[in-house]
Design a protein around this ligand. Structure first.
Ligand SMILES: [Zn+2]
Length: 266
């Protein structure tokens, strides 16, 4: 499949032509906190969850630089690109953490129910804090907003990773200002759009239409795998997910501990 990066460029072109200000999640949040959101202006909030293929994040960012746009790029531990993250921040954008410690610990410890995850939450939060502080240290970035990743384990156990940050003390200790799914971050958003595989392309509707209809605040979430066809990387990711799914299912039955992953910083 051809790259969709030209569509992303066209989207920013359209947004600018319709007098939108492309803005990162954190910058929009801070504008809101300062009472600076102008109802007479239009905002396009840009968020990238870098689940795979950090090179695609570079392409997104280079296009954003051409338009003077800021965007939020959230990286998993397995997709970190420290040089790129610093370049994004230096240009006024945001690079931060796409976290998944509930899913990671649930896989390691074969947690089978939401109740078991809740019981394990103290060590899950400790794990999150260690990873977050380690990433701050090696990247030199502040990472004031974070975004939770959705894993098949989260869907199976009906608990999302952002449950970690329900703990306000943890947020305060780490200095986290915003989780992207916080309620107060949603109030101004008129329409929300995310990318989707072909042929649908967008869910639930096209951001191009929202821009043409001049919605005042449009929120766009994108992922590398829907914009660049990296067959080897996508296949590798799919195979890992399949393998983890089989292991998790087997482990849930046998209750054996499998798939222990190294803890970052150890
Ligand atoms: Zn994700």
């Amino acid at each position: 499949m051809p790259s969709r990066m030209k569509d992303y460029r066209a989207l920013l072109e359209s947004a600018v032509a319709h007098s939108y200000e492309p803005i990162s999640v954190l910058n929009f949040h801070r504008l809101d906190q300062a009472g600076g959101i102008d109802p007479g202006r239009r905002y396009l909030i840009l968020r990238h969850d870098i689940d795979t293929d950090p090179d695609a994040a570079r392409e997104f960012w280079q296009i954003e630089c051409d338009f003077g746009a800021t965007a939020s790029h959230y990286f998993r531990l397995c997709t970190l690109s420290l040089d790129l993250m610093n370049q994004i921040e230096d240009s006024g954008g945001e690079a931060s953490y796409h976290y998944e410690e509930i899913a990671t610990v649930a896989k390691e410890e074969c947690l089978r129910t939401r109740a078991e995850v809740t019981a394990a939450m103290p060590r899950i939060r400790e794990r999150f804090a260690r990873n977050y502080q380690w990433l701050q240290k090696v990247s030199g970035l502040q990472m004031k907003s974070v975004a939770s990743h959705g894993d098949f384990v989260n869907r199976k156990l009906l608990i999302s990773n952002d449950e970690i940050l329900v703990d306000q003390d943890l947020r305060d200790d780490l200095g986290i200002e915003l989780e992207t799914y916080d309620d107060d971050a949603q109030v101004h958003i008129c329409s929300r759009h995310s990318d989707h595989m072909r042929p649908k392309l967008w869910h639930p509707s096209s951001p191009f239409e929202a821009i043409e209809q001049r919605h005042s605040v449009v929120y766009l979430l994108t992922h590398p795998r829907h914009f660049r066809c990296r067959i080897a990387q996508n296949l590798s990711c799919d195979m890992r997910r399949l393998y983890e799914g089989i292991c998790f299912k087997h482990a849930m039955r046998s209750r054996h501990r499998v798939m222990r992953q190294p803890i970052v910083g150890e």
